[in-house]
Structure formats: C-alpha cells, structure tokens
Design a protein. Sequence first.
Lengths: 568, 160
Amino acid sequence: MTRITIDPITRIEGHLRIDCEVDGGKVTKAWSSGTMWRGIELILKGRDPRDAWIFTQRICGVCTTVHAIASVRAVENALNLEVPLNAQYIRNMIVAAHGVHDHIVHFYHLAALDWVDIVSALKGDPAGAAKLGATLSDYKANSIPNIRSVRDRLQTFVASGNLGVFASGYWGHPAMKLPPDVNLLAATHYIQALEVQRTANKIVAILGSKTPHIQNLAVGGVSNAINPDSQSTLTLERLYTIKALIDELGDFVHNAMMNDVAAVGALYADWTQYGAGVTNYLSVPDLPLDTKGTTFELPGGYIPAGDLSKFQAITSYQDAFFRDGVKEAVKHSWYEYSGAAAALHPYEGQTNPKYDDFHDDGKYSWIKAPTFQDKRAQVGPLANVLGMYAAGHEPTKRHLTKLVEVASKVAGAQIPLSALHSTIGRIAARAVRCAVLHEALQNQWQLLVDNIAKGDFRTFNRPVFPKGEVRGFGYHEAPRGVLSHWVVIKDGKIDNYQAVVPSTWNASPRDQNDEPGPYEAALIDNPVADANLPLEVLRTVHSFDPCIACAVHMVDAEKRPIVQVKAM
Amino acid sequence: MSILVLGLGNILLSDEGVGVRIVEALQASHELPADVEVLDGGTSGMDLLDMVAERDCLIVADAVNADGPAGRVIRLEDENIKMLFETRFSPHQLGLSDLLAALRLVNKAPRRVVVIGVVPQNLSLGLELSPAVASGRDAAVAMIVDELSRLGPAPTARLH
C-alpha cells in the first residue's frame, strides 16, 4: 500500500489566530489576527454588476446567502431601483430561514460543546432529564424513551472509540459545571437539532431553488415566477409545504432551544461577568416591507457605550448616518493606504498588501479595522437584540423577557438585563434573535400569501445602468451581524467593490487609535484555569460565532509559548 | 441505489475550486443515470447535511494536499478517508468530516464514501485552473465515470 500524507487546505474565509497573555490566571492582553478574505474587488472589477452576487456568495461557505442578498441590495441602491413586494417577501423568508438555521447550528453544534459535557451526559438519568425538561416547557420530544435512546446512542458512539464530532472536546475540564441530567437533556437536543436544521435548510432550498448556493436572486427582484395554477412555479402547494416546515421549526426553537440557552446561562451565571468588551453596538434594520426599503419588520441602529437610551435608529436603504459612518483603518493590518490615510470609507477602499510579520505593537492581521462614527463597534445578535429592544420592538421584548424569566427561575435569582453585556449574553441574544426571526418568518409567509391573493404576481423590475458613475451600498443584518457591500459602477461596469463583513467588525485588530477590536477587548480579564486547555478563551471567542478557522496561541507573561491549540 | 457526486472547493481561489470544476465538467460531458445526483457544494459544511443523508454512495471531488505533482489524481476510500478527515477537524469546525460524523450519530451516514482528489498548484485569487490541474480535472472526471459504472448503469458521453 502506498502511504499518502495529506494536509488540510484552507478554504473558508481564512484562519483566525488568537494570542493571549495570561497573568495570575487571567487574560491581560489579547490579539486577534486573521487571514480574512481580501480582494473580492480584484475578481469583480470590470464585471457586469448584475452578476456580482453570483461571485460574492462564494466568499464564505457558511454565509453564502447573505453575501448574495447584500450584493443585489448594493447594486439596486446605486440605481435607485425599487424591488417588487413579492420579491422582498421571498428574500425576507430566505433571510429569516437562513438565520434560524444558522443560529440553531451555532448554539448546538458549535458553541454548546464549550458548556455541555457530552461524556458527563452518559451518567445522566433519562427520567431526571425528562423531569427537568418538563419543568421548562411542554416540548413533546423531551420524553424518557427519547432521551434514553439518545443516551444509548451516545454510549455506543463513545464506546466505539470513534468520537467524531466530539473528539477534541474539553470533557471533564474544571470549567464544565452542568450536572449530568442537564448535560443529557442538552445532548438530546443536540441530536434533535441535527434534524431540525435540515428543516430550516429545506425552506431556503425551496425558495432559492438550491442550497448551498441560491439561484433565484436578480438585481431588481427574484427569478421565482409566481402563478398559483402552474406546477413549475411558486404554487400554493409549495407555499403550504413551506408553512408546515416553518411550524415544525417553531416547536423546537421556542420550546427546546430558548430553554436550553436560558438554563446554560443560569448555571454559568459567572460568565455574565466576563466578555463584554466593546459596548458600542451596531445593527441594521432588515426584512424590508416596502419596495424602497423605508420600513422594516426588524429595526436596527447604533447604541453608544451600552446606553440603550442613546439608541439612534438606522431608518432606510438611503440612511446617511450609516452610509457616512463606516470607515476602515489599517494601522495594525498588513496593508497600506496611499497618502497614508488613517482610515478610508469603503467607496474609496484600497487593498494594497504590506506584509511584514507579526508585530505586537505594529501590524499583525490581514483583517482591516472597521469603525462606526470613528469608534469601535460590536456587531452580531447581541447588538441586534439590544437595538431592537431599544427601538421598542414588541416581539424582541417578549422573547427576551421570557428567556430572562426562565433563566432567573433556574438560577433562583432575578437576572438583570445588564447581564447581557457578556459572553453568555451573546449566546442568549442569539437564541432570542432566533425566536424573533422565526416569528418574522411566519409573518413574511403571510404577507406573501396575502399579496399574491390580491392578484399581484410581480417579482422583478428590470435594472437600467446609466452612463457615468453611480455608487451604492447594501446592508443586511446577517447571523453574525452587520454585513455591508459597497459598489462603484462606471458606465455599467463594476469599478470598485468592498465587502465589510461581520467578522471584520468583531475579529479585527486595533484601529488607528490603537483601540482593540471586540474579540480582543472581550478577552481581557477572562479567567484561564489551565493554559494548556484554554477552554475559557474559546468560550468567549466562540460566543461571537466566528465563521473562520481558529488557532489559539497562548503566551505567558514572559512571552514563552505555552500551548498552541487548534481551536476551531 | 442513491448516489451523490459532491464537488467541494472555493472557485474564487483558482485550483482550490477544482472539486467544483470536476462536477461541472462531469455534468457537461455526460448524461447521468437517474439515481445519480450532482451537487456543487462550494465550501459549505452543515448546509449539505440534507443532500448527503442516507445515500448509498457519496463521491466527493476535492482538492487535496498530497505528495506528487500538481494535477495528480488520488482516489481514497475507507481508512485513508478517515486519515484525511482526522487531520482536519474538531468539534467547532463543521466541515465534511463533522457532517459525516453527525450523520453517523443519527444513523444516516452514506454507506460508502469515496474521495477523488486532485493536487492543486495555485491557490491565489482567480477563477481559472492552472494547466496541470485542468488535466487533473479531466482525469478525475474519467475516474468518477468509472466509479459510477461499477456502481450501476454507466454514464453516457454527450455528443459534442
């Protein structure tokens, strides 16, 4: 037999490396360095703006749909092109279903294993776990036989010595605190979530014609033809198939996931003390309800210094506060700007690489450092939930209140809203956003069906490109936070194109004023019980849901390497 | 017999996208039997769960770092695939191996998995394959056609 040595090939957005200095069991300094995607404009320059979305959805394997949506919105914005209502609703349903899918996968299949000990779950008692489940909700799948079958399956899996997905978990780590029955209940939902996320993906596949790369978008609308009587189009039958899938999703999101997250939050209440970091929160409104993008189902905006009373809403696709507020700095990134500009607006964005090794006080990352109104900002579900809450969005208030109530009941003490500014807060906010998105998905389905019933079958407005230069931006509140695409079009061809992605906001290095990015700031004062097993660092980084591969590199106060851990 | 031919890779990074280019070429050059589905999976992981679940056979076309010149085509099955995956993944990186492990957990893993890999040369920004890898793509298509012919009705070459 021939022996073959095989290495992985990096294919998602790039590697993320976190360096931490640890002193006295706490993180004292942190650096986030990434080889984030750079240079999409090099592929797009000179191309037809109507095709940009086909290429942008290849930027990242986790977030295909979101880059497609942001791209068509940017080009439509440049042309002042209105989008028919049906097209908005269909896009909104894709956005919402994708978001629900993403949040379920993040919690159960990415983040939960930092908190839930699978090996301890094997010691759990199915009757005890079922009883615990019953105190939290009447979720029907929390039955003793269901839970026992999951435990048996896990036992077989672990006994086979082939741990697969569970292979490099930190089982038995001193920071793992859940009792076996709680671990078993969460593990049961972990397995169920594998099925449930398929349901969410089916909705995207039906509307988008295909996953993982949707095919139905167009600058000016969608290519789904609507005809209640034809088999080859979006028929009533298909719409009712989608409705059944939405209902199935809701049972799990509202009755299992929300409670699991509340319980984990309550039993790890100490983690509400860590990980706040940057508390300027930026989110954008999404799910447009008119053809121009001036009213939205979900609000968004800016909260400075965690003060909800200072919330400033972003109100339309023309919003100047957002448009003029975004810049990117490269003082600590491996680029240089012509004329040594401190920060550039995306329309003027440049990608001139200047790599010269990792310098703690100089350049150390391929990620640029975005700022909003010249300040660092955190993006993601926490920013979005706080923004929607500050805007008075009723469903957000309702779901957040419910989650905090369940968590307070489990903890046996009232948990204040301020606990959200933390590592656990980011995970809790993601569950709340998932519940809000699920409700929005139901609403958007109803809006689409009602609009079709009125006899409106339009899904597309033809774009017309003027001579000369036009500029546009498109934003989207993606599962990991604010995504914006910026396009400059000259004589109908792309002249410049910049994507400012959520992980750029959160995983970025220090900015032009040496202010740390959200990951870096959130890691300060994190406890680290065992530098060889830096589970606590992973908890905080994973709470942001980084969609990039991650290597955590720990350095002690004398800067001797202690451990290199592949984190993701 | 339900078979999925899955192309993986990032087409924006030249040869990194060879897996996707292989399935595109396969579809362009051959008429496939009804029980064979082809999917451009891009760089997705968990999004593919539904398509991969409960297949009799999964054939993955992909770029692999392996010994040998650029464009070399490698066929992996069973133990060798385990090796490929074990060097690559952990609980937090949901790629293909996690997908397969997750499917094993719910008893829906494909019965057989074969990887047809091509050694890449150029992973920089761009949409074109380098010449050696383009030859590798064609060789990989022929290998997949052989594979399918052993599993069931043979694909038929389209007339050009």
